[in-house]
Ligand binder design. Structure first.
Ligand code: URA
Length: 201
């Protein structure tokens, strides 16, 4: 096991032991799993979603349900494979009835995401949906450019980060779930994804 594997395993163990918050309580009561992240620990691109849904909490794997099918199709559309990228969420336990995560839940789980970013050191972070967009843009000093997702979907932001991350590109994408109910949004999502081809490949 290399150093990245060990550090990510440490995060997994901490999340399994996490006692704080309603979501971890609920996870234990319902015998579900935390969803930490999946994919290459050397990935150049990290996708950050919102929170696990039912399938994800049952299996411990991010984006393995209906939205995950859309994400996989988009990743393949731009010539990559799911195993080449790293996929995670801000919130690591499932909110009941898939409700939006609360600010205190984002605050509780975000330090785990921060550590995943520091360990994997992606060149590109692609946010999926408005919660990860807001969190990542604020984290990397882009608060002034934060607008509604309908205004900045498919946009590319370049930031210089001190420490190991160096030059980082942030791409703000719609959440794949939008494609499940709306065909024109599906088309938009695929079009937005094509920017990744130019940046990563
Ligand atoms: N939606 C998300 O935001 N993340 C998942 O892992 C699954 C659905």
């Amino acid at each position: 096991m290399n150093n990245r594997d060990e550090q990510l395993l440490q995060i997994k163990n901490e999340l399994l032991e996490l006692k704080d918050g309603e979501l971890a309580d609920l996870r234990r009561k319902t015998k579900m799993l935390p969803v930490i992240g999946e994919g290459s620990h050397e990935a150049k691109i990290m996708f950050v979603g919102e929170a696990p849904g039912k399938n994800e909490a049952a299996t411990g794997r991010p984006f393995c349900g209906a939205s995950g099918k859309v994400l996989t199709a988009m990743v393949e559309h731009v010539g990559m494979k799911r195993e080449d990228v790293y996929v995670t969420n801000i919130v690591k336990d499932r909110p009941p009835d898939n409700r939006d995560p609360l600010p205190q839940e984002i605050a509780l789980y975000a330090p785990f995401l921060d550590r995943q970013i520091d360990i994997i050191q992606p060149k590109v972070i692609a946010t999926l949906g408005r919660f990860s967009m807001a969190y990542i843009m604020n984290k990397f000093g882009l608060a002034a450019e934060l607008k509604s997702i309908s205004q900045i979907h498919g946009k590319v932001f370049k930031v210089k980060v001190s420490g190991g991350l160096g030059d980082l590109t942030i791409i703000t994408l719609y959440h794949p779930a939008v494609a499940l109910y709306n065909g024109s949004m599906r088309q938009q999502l695929f079009t937005d994804f094509e920017i990744i081809k130019k940046i990563v490949l």
